[in-house]
Design a binder for this molecule. Structure first.
Ligand SMILES: O=P(O)(O)O[C@@H]1[C@@H](OP(=O)(O)O)[C@H](OP(=O)(O)O)[C@H](O)[C@H](OP(=O)(O)O)[C@H]1OP(=O)(O)O
Ligand SMILES: Nc1ncnc2c1ncn2[C@@H]1O[C@H](COP(=O)(O)OP(=O)(O)OP(=O)(O)O)[C@@H](O)[C@H]1O
Length: 578
């Protein structure tokens, strides 16, 4: 990969034994291990510089034609190459190699890494800490257990994105890598956001009082999801990363602004309260932010200077000349792709397809009453409301789930209920591909993207439901990925002629930036964690979280709500610097 189907999985016998791997870190769904190269690796020398990503739970799979976990994992990798790569650019996608593991390997790894894992990750909860599970339904995931590593055999091998290949910077000094989890880079433009006019299901099915809907509509058009979500996380207490830390005061959409100064200021703000949004690695080892000792490093950079370099690499809105010399358009493409795939918003999923929410509608309804702490009657979960008994899509839940399940690889396309990758490519990419690179310098989302979203009427959206639900599925992936900016500082090897030299890392987005002191930075930008997320499995959680985030933000910030009422609608977050 990227592009095309992955090869067959390597056999477990090809995998170096557990003691040759060290714990790097983990998110909610995977544990990452880095290969520890040492003189005795012998037959495993080719694993040097690789990271093994082990699943902690079975991949989302509702609705697939049950091809088996291993085939599903190959489909997952193909989804990244065939659908996600064209959205953000194949040059940003890392190579992946599926590899099978044995139960013994996983048991040994689980035992070895246990003391190193954050307590909150060991508990295996998918809910924000402190949130009542009755208030916010979790994923329907029978495989999730307290042990931490699931019974899934397949793992994936990637390049260690915190390192650069030796060929990039022969004899170079320390490699610095920042992992940025930028989350959402846009404000929703969907006609379904808390709309009573467009579709009245959220009003009628959820029995949501009009003032609550109006409050959500106001907030979602004026305060970005990240700013509101941090308020909810603050209420919930410290997260799994760096417990006890504050939440910071910044707007994540500034990371997508293209403006170097704004990106730099935002990164510095995030570094004060990084949670899972910013991590630093030096020569492959994660280090606390603030631990970048310029005296100790051969780069001579402190944290502010290093983040300045990251900002320079991620900025895209200089002028057209600068773009020619500095071709990293990732943040533009990511925001643009998020916006263009999220045209219905999760609230639109309810309007387009209430069947998705049938099982959990009761939990959603519990958010609507004026007293959020009112006891919730679980029995309502098993009593679908009358309106949901008549499927509005004209499809039963099974065929709907199949249409929204992980698409099948080409050779399986016409078997059973499986829908093919080609169908998904058509639905997700066909009408937006020409917009993805439009007008980088105007910022993201670009005016043409905004015009496109506004030109879609409720009738268009309702008339082509599967297309927009599939797009929304891709948006979920794009809103949760990680961006790795990895670089080394080196002395200028040769005088520059002004002509662009070939990129230092073949196939990846990479380049060379001059520093004012005459040295230069060799950099690479890659995106990781681009897993398929099932709308069928997660839509209820996403919708509840959406409602809860806006609800709690409004309760905690009545003054902002009041201010928002009197502001003209703007495409940016109230808290962004731009
Ligand atoms: O819903 P969100 O925005 O809180 O995102 C979840 C992330 O929370 P965050 O807000 O980034 O701390 C969450 O991250 P953490 O566990 O908080 O580090 C996961 O990335 C989760 O995805 P998945 O279950 O691993 O596939 C993410 O869930 P999805 O929304 O991608 O389903
Ligand atoms: N290719 C890679 N190179 C280096 N480190 C990696 C790589 N992939 C993952 N990691 C490390 O492992 C950690 C967890 O990986 P990842 O983000 O893929 O987990 P996840 O459970 O899927 O995340 P999330 O909770 O965001 O869904 C990362 O924060 C990073 O430190």
């Amino acid at each position: 990969m990227p592009g095309g189907a992955p090869g067959p999985a390597s056999a477990p016998s090809d995998l170096p034994p557990a003691h040759l791997w060290r714990y790097v870190g983990e998110g909610a769904a995977h544990v990452a291990l880095a290969f520890t190269a040492s003189p005795d690796v012998g037959p495993f020398a080719s694993f040097a510089g690789k990271v093994l990503r082990l699943p902690k739970r079975a991949a989302d799979h509702p609705g697939s034609a049950n091809p088996g976990q291993e085939a599903r994992d190959l489909q997952k990798l193909a989804f990244v190459g065939e659908i996600i790569a064209p959205l953000i650019g194949a040059q940003y996608i890392q190579q992946s190699v599926p590899i099978r593991t044995t139960p013994e390997f996983r048991r040994q790894v689980a035992a070895a890494i246990r003391p190193l894992r954050p307590a909150a990750r060991l508990s295996g909860s998918t809910l924000p800490p402190g949130i009542n599970p009755l208030e916010l339904p979790g994923d329907d995931d029978p495989d999730l257990g307290p042990c931490g590593l699931s019974s899934v055999t397949m793992a994936t091998l990637y390049d260690d994105l915190t390192l650069l290949p030796d060929s990039c910077c022969p004899g170079g000094g320390s490699t610095l890598a920042f992992e940025v989890k930028p989350k959402w880079g846009f404000m929703p433009a969907s006609p379904f956001v808390a709309s009573a006019a467009a579709g009245t299901l959220s009003a009628s099915v959820l029995e949501e009082p009009a003032p609550i809907r109006e409050q959500r509509r106001l907030l979602k058009s004026r305060v970005c999801r990240g700013c509101m979500h941090r308020n909810l996380k603050a209420k919930a207490g410290p997260g799994p990363d760096l417990p006890g830390e504050g939440l910071g005061d910044y707007c994540g959409t500034d990371l997508f602004s293209g403006n170097e100064a704004h990106i730099h200021a935002t990164l510095l703000d995030i570094a004060r309260a990084p949670r899972n949004n910013l991590r630093l690695f030096i020569d492959g080892d994660q280090r606390p932010l603030g631990d970048l000792d310029s005296a100790e490093l051969d780069t001579g950079l402190d944290l502010a200077a290093a983040l300045g370099i990251v900002a320079r690499i991620l900025a895209f809105r200089q002028d057209s000349n600068a773009m020619a010399h500095h071709p990293c358009d990732l943040m533009f493409r990511l925001a643009q792709a998020q916006f263009l795939t999220d045209v219905i918003d999760i609230e639109g999923a309810l309007e387009l397809c209430p069947e998705l929410f049938e099982r959990t509608i009761g939990a959603l309804m519990s958010l609507a009453p004026a007293q959020p702490s009112a006891p919730f009657d679980l029995s309502r979960l098993s009593q679908p409301l009358p309106v949901l008994k008549a499927p509005l899509c004209g499809q039963d839940l099974d065929s709907l789930a199949a249409a929204l399940a992980l698409p099948a690889l080409a050779k399986e396309g016409d078997s059973g209920q499986a829908h093919s990758m080609a169908e998904w490519r058509r639905d997700v990419l066909e009408d937006i591909t020409h917009l993805l690179l439009a007008d980088t310098l105007a910022g993201a989302p670009s005016p043409v993207a905004v015009d496109f979203a506004r030109s879609l009427t409720v009738a268009d959206l309702l008339g082509d439901r599967i297309r927009y639900l599939r797009k929304l599925t891709c948006a979920a992936t794009l809103k949760d990925c990680s961006v790795y900016v990895t670089f080394q500082v080196r002395c200028c090897s040769a005088p520059r002629s002004g002509a662009e030299e070939s990129p230092p890392c073949t196939g990846a987005s990479s380049g060379v930036l001059p520093l004012p002191d005459g040295r230069e930075v060799v950099w690479r930008v890659q995106v990781a964690d681009l897993d398929f997320k099932s709308l069928v499995a997660r839509s209820a959680r996403w919708l509840s979280l959406d409602h809860l985030i806006a609800r709690r933000y409004g309760e905690a910030n009545p003054a902002v709500l009041e201010r928002a009422r009197h502001l003209a609608k703007q495409p940016r977050c109230l808290w962004s610097r731009v």
